[in-house]
Design a protein around this ligand. Structure first.
Ligand SMILES: *Cc1c(COP(=O)(O)O)cnc(C)c1O
Length: 333
């Protein structure tokens, strides 16, 4: 798979480190857990969207866009990384936020990611929960075009076949790191939301015949919907990189038992996992995505879903800026 065929702009600090988590592994009594530090991609406090934006923003530049338009929840990490990328590349940024979380607290609407969006000078609009977000993006693009701008629309989470290339590349990157250090990876685990991360990873893993199973821990949709969403995008992405037919439906596995009451709503397990990793390994996770995925992985370890001698690679997709938006809702005790 030759990704250098596609336009790309450098935004991320790559390769991100692949590190062992010895104190967590010992605490759980095995398996051996490793982390891929995609929270350290560098742009505007980092996270997984930066890899996708390397390909998306390159296309925006190629099309001579003057403004990028994207959408997400108010505490969207994707919006924050897009706003930062737009600044770095001299484009404007328009954000459409869905009020996805009911009765939001003051920190949720003012701090964390949305505070950083304001620092980056992004223009913010809000729409009601359940709005057709793609239609909302299109409407903003039409309005901007009428004003003489050249808008480039990025779907929520940067999840289309262009953005997913970033995670095809990530799979190649950690396999190279594993090959160099003699690390046998038995499972890869990460948080799955808008599907681009999982779709890209599975294309990278299957297209190279790695034989490594991938598990997405869902944060939003039920299992069947999430898996279908990932599968559809994975098939498109595979065709786009010239690896059509490498991904099968059964390769897409999402465990959606750790969502709790809904997207962006804290769970006990997430809160505990977040404190555990902070106190054992000094790592910060986020309440919406990586924290829930972590809670899922820890629970699956407790339920003996993995062999004690397995090596698990957890992809840390970032999001710790979102912690400040939840400062009044997380227990630190
Ligand atoms: C967006 C996001 C995810 C999920 O990635 P998708 O490609 O949307 O599935 C996971 N973790 C964090 C911190 C994110 O911001």
């Amino acid at each position: 798979m030759l990704l250098s065929r596609f336009p790309r702009v450098s935004l991320a600090h790559l390769p991100t480190p692949l590190e062992p988590l010895p104190r967590l592994s010992k605490h759980l009594g095995g398996p051996n857990i490793f982390v891929k530090r995609d929270d350290c991609t560098g742009l505007g406090t980092g996270g997984n969207k930066t890899r996708k934006l390397e390909f998306l923003m390159a296309e925006a530049l190629q099309k001579k866009a003057t403004v990028v338009v994207t959408q997400g929840a108010v505490q969207s990490n994707h919006a924050r990384q897009t706003a930062a990328a737009a600044c770095k590349l001299g484009m404007k940024c328009e954000l459409v936020f869905e009020k996805r979380v009911d009765r939001p607290s003051e920190p949720y609407v003012k701090s964390g990611n949305v505070f950083l969006d304001r620092i980056y000078g992004a223009r913010i609009r809000e729409v009601e929960k359940g709005s057709d977000m793609n239609a909302a993006l299109e409407a903003v693009a039409v309005e901007l075009a009428k004003k003489g701008e050249l808008p480039y629309v990025i779907p929520g989470g940067g999840s289309n076949k262009v953005g997913a290339l970033g995670y095809v590349d990530c799979a190649h990157e950690f396999m190279t790191q594993a090959n160099r250090t003699g690390l046998r990876i038995d499972h890869v685990i990460h948080a799955t939301g808008s599907a681009g991360t999982q779709a890209g990873l599975i294309v990278g893993l299957k297209g190279t015949n790695s034989g490594i199973p991938l598990l997405g821990i869902g944060v939003n949709a039920p299992k069947d919907i999430q898996e279908e969403r990932v599968f559809k995008l994975a098939v498109e992405t595979a065709a786009y990189v010239g690896a059509a037919g490498t991904v099968e439906r059964r390769d897409i596995v999402a465990d959606c038992n750790y969502i709790g009451d809904g997207y962006g709503i804290p769970t006990e397990g997430m809160n505990e996992a977040l404190l555990l990793l902070a106190r054992l390994e000094g790592l910060l996770f986020d309440p919406v995505y990586s924290g829930k995925a972590l809670a899922g992985m820890i629970d699956l370890v407790a339920k003996r879903q993995f062999n004690k001698k397995d090596n698990l690679l957890f992809i840390h997709t970032g999001g710790s800026a979102g912690l400040f938006g939840y400062s009044d809702r997380l227990k630190t005790g």
